[in-house]
Design a protein around this ligand. Sequence first.
Ligand code: COA
Length: 255
Amino acid sequence: MHQDLLIHTEAGVTTITFNRVEKKNSFTEAMYAQLTQALTAADADAATRVLVFQGDVTVFSAGNDIGDFLNNPPANEEAAVFQFLRALVGFSKPMLAAVCGPAVGIGTTLLLHCDLVYAGDNAAFSLPFVNLGLCPEAASSLLLPQMLGYHRAAEALLLGEPFMAEAALEVGLVNRVLPPTECNAYAQAQARKLAAKPLASLVATKRLMKQGQQPALLERISQEGQTFGQLLRGPAAKEAFSAFMEKRRPNFSEC
Ligand code: COA
């Protein structure tokens, strides 16, 4: 039976592979629920010392499933997507990502919570929230200005235009750029190096680097979520999603 997520643990490394390539690895509500479950289980399971997210060599993720946004928008902060975001922020062990091809919306914002990110030279990051009549999520409105500086973050979030792997490397969003066919294997090799290190030291080091900001991240996820939820039901988002489904350009002249 086909599974949209493949979850595999070997040698201390749990790998979550996005496997909905025919829909560009866009995330459905069911996938968010499964991702949260996988993160919670991996954090508790002694067999997992390191977690890796990876996609296909052609696509990491096209972000939220737009049909889901139209037909099944998240109802409140207990919606599956917000549970996933809180699980990402709370994950205590090292978390890596290998990114090839498009990484749209949450496909990029989830990387802000990873500890190490490796990109294929075909990786294209984009945060098209404004172009969809939405606003940032996953605390990206807090993290991106911190990581990129305000003006580069504003360019990424207001214009929403894709930027490629080399630009992401320059601003510190990724650790290394590789040929796409080598990216997943390299991330696995790095994950195995980490998995061989003392787990308590890894967890303590990550906690010490991140703990000061955790309450602010959760607070921002909540604030963004409230605005996102309102905008999601607004006319601009409806027009953007309908245009995507109908394969036409959106018309925001009335929005
Ligand atoms: N939600 C639902 N379906 C999606 C999707 C998404 N986010 N992204 C892609 N798909 C589907 C397309 O509708 C298409 O389905 P079809 O074959 O049934 O027509 C299929 O995946 C292939 O997508 P396509 O657009 O033809 O691929 P592409 O290689 O030309 O472009 C992307 C890839 C990722 C650049 C493009 O699909 C895209 O921009 N997707 C939307 C991204 C987005 O806005 N996400 C929301 C972020 S909040």
